[in-house]
Structure formats: structure tokens, C-alpha cells
Design a protein around this ligand. Sequence first.
Ligand code: FAD
Ligand code: FES
Length: 384
Amino acid sequence: MSSSQQPQHVERPASAPLPSQSRRRGAFHPLTVSAVRRLTPDAIEVAFDVPGELAHAYDYEPGQYIAIRTTLGEDVLRRSYSICQAPSPGELKVAIKRDLGGVFSGWALENLAPGMMLEVMSPEGRFVSQAAASGTAHCAAIAAGSGITPVLAVAQSVLAASEHNTFSLVYSNRTAIDTMFVDELADLKDRYPSRLALYHVLTRERRSSELLSGRLDGAKLAKILGTLVPVESVDEWFLCGPFELVQLCRDALGAWGVPADSIRYELFTTGEPGIPAPQRGRPIAVDPGEAVRTVSFRLDGTTSTATTAVHSQETILNAALRVRGDVPFACAGGVCGTCRAVLRAGTVDMVENYALEQEELDAGYVLTCQSIPTSDRVEVDYDT
Ligand SMILES: Cc1cc2nc3c(=O)[nH]c(=O)nc-3n(C[C@H](O)[C@H](O)[C@H](O)COP(=O)(O)OP(=O)(O)OC[C@H]3O[C@@H](n4cnc5c(N)ncnc54)[C@H](O)[C@@H]3O)c2cc1C
Ligand code: FES
């Protein structure tokens, strides 16, 4: 993950090998809500029925997320939600926590009910275990709040994958009543008493252990890593929670010498409020004679072209959405990676990047939701 306050100037390096393998890209299908269950006063679990003919489209790896597309009033919204259980045929479950002032989560908590139909994107994401397949892995996770959703799915499947896999989970919440999936975690502990180590941290309630009470700061984290979850015993790390916590944990693990490629993290937001999601094909006035740039993009084998006014500072994604509604994106905030494409020609400024790894940048990938063209012609490819 890299991020910068300054936009990152990107041009296709002449020597970069062009990625050629194709990947499954998220496609939307209408799915019926089969159940809605209250998890805490501010969170619900939503289950969808997956009909047999769509089973393949909704195969997923534990830790992946889906996006939900809804129209509320005049706005078409897309929001991502991590799948919160190990794969279960015919079913897909996510958990939605109310984000204070949040449009979709607020609506969902008040209105979602069984029988409703929502457009759901097929699963995406790379917050998945690579170590579990060894059969002797010790995986560890630090999760906070709704960050437990993908971690729960990962923990369930790592533990089920081999009787020699072990899992340590540090899970932070404000209070016990805010804690999502308390029962599911207790059940998992009952099922794997010697292989799951579970540490609930409460930031606004006292627990019997000082170490597990109060905010997870650098000092507390160092003690936890030194005692409860010895760093040297862990093969793979999973981090999911508020931006600052994920950064703190990444820094702490880095300082302990944990290699970056054994740390997986999922960000739900950039921690910067008020970054608006792109409006679909939002009209941008182009005065006659005004300078424009051309954006060509290949998607599902078809090449389309959009123009964008230089003054608009519009992203590739926004320009592309004006001519095709199926251009992939989910968070529009530079955190999920759904909108990534290979820059084939031209130059762009990438405003934020919390999703692409260095090797993807080296291979020419950009986040189209964050990339503003800086050359007269820009060409990107969503198909690689
Ligand atoms: C890969 C991924 C997985 C995710 N998984 C989950 C999950 O499992 N569970 C979960 O609950 N969430 C998850 N999220 C987060 C989720 O996608 C939504 O971002 C979240 O539910 C908030 O959406 P919303 O429409 O309610 O809030 P929004 O309306 O998008 O608002 C978000 C926040 O910004 C504030 N805000 C909005 N507009 C402004 C403004 N103009 N000025 C200042 N502040 C403003 C709101 O008050 C709110 O706090 C995930 C996100 C990603 C990227
Ligand atoms: S849509 Fe999530 S990073 Fe661009």
C-alpha cells in the first residue's frame, strides 16, 4: 500500500512487462435478501440467496468482499461489504455497521428486510490467506469494529483447513455491547479451544486484564505482540479496522521485522471524511473550443472512448462511466482496488493509492477512480 498527499505521477515505464492474464471481474446480479439479523444496536447481518445458476459467479475466497448497488432517491450508490462467513453453498452473508451520518448503512439498518432484492457484485479482493494451505500455519489477526467481518471468515476457514493450523485474534471494540459476532467467536473458540486464541480488547470498558482495556496504541500493541501473540510464531497477519489502527499495526509489525508480504490488510475507508463517491456520468460542461483529453478504455474486449475537459480534473473512472455504466468500481476512494486497470498509453496523476502494491505499480496498474489524465490521450485496459 502506498499513499501520498501529493498525486503520484504515473506513466507507463517503457520496460514494464504488460500483464496478460485475465481475471474474473465483479459483475452485478440481483440477489434476494433471505434474512436480516441484528448483531448489535448498530449492526446487522444480511444474508442473500444465491441461486444455483449463479453459484459460480459468487464462489469466493474467505476474506473477499462484495459491492451492493442501490438507488436511493436520485443517487446510485455502491458500497462494499466483506463476506462474514467461510464459503457456504447457496448463501452469501455480509455485516453492515451503521456509519454515523452514512447514507447507505443508515438506510440498510432501517429498511433492509427479507424478500428485498439488491444488486450484488460478485466477490473481489485479496485479503485472503496464502499460508493456511501449508496445513501448519499460525495466522494472527488484529481487527477492530466492523473490521471483524472478513477476519471471521478467514479465521473460520483457516481453522477448518487443517487440524494443525492455529489462529490468534486480537479484536478491539468500544464496549461489549458494540461487539459484532460475539457468539460466533465464542462458538469458534468452543470448537477449536486449543487452536484459537481470542483476545477481546475494550476501549471504553475495563476488562480484568489491563492489557486488554483501553485504546490500542503503540505501547499496548508492543506488549500484546511481545506476550500474547509472539510475532516470531506468526506466519501470516491480517489487519482490518480504522485506517489509523491498520497503519499503526503495519508500522509495529514492520519494526518487529515482519516482511510486508506476510501482512494482509483491508481498509474500509481512507480515514478522510467527505470524499464523495463518483456520480455516474456526472455531466461536466465542456465549452466550445475548450481543451479536452481523450480517454480510451478496453473493457470486456470492447474499446470505448470518452472525452474529458482539461479544467474538470475528472478521474478516468468518471469519464468512462459517462459512456459505459458497467465500468468496475466499488469504494471510489482508492482503497479497494476494484477499479484497477493497466495504463497502456499516456500519463496520469494518481491522487491516492491505498490498494495497489509496488509490484502492481511496476506492472503499470493504476486506480482509475484516482487517476486524472495529464496527457492529451490516455489508454487503459480493464481486461488484464
Ligand atoms: C473493501 C471494503 C470492505 C468493506 N466491508 C465492510 C463491512 O464488512 N462492514 C461495514 O459495515 N462496512 C464495510 N465497508 C465500508 C462500507 O463500504 C461503507 O463505506 C460504509 O458502510 C459507509 O457507507 P455509507 O453509505 O453508510 O456512508 P457514506 O454516506 O458513504 O458516508 C461515509 C462517512 O462519511 C461521512 N460523510 C459523508 N459525506 C460527507 C461530507 N460531505 N462531509 C463530511 N463527512 C461526510 C458520513 O457521515 C459517514 O461517516 C467496506 C469498505 C470497503 C472498501
Ligand atoms: S473503486 Fe475502490 S480503489 Fe477505485
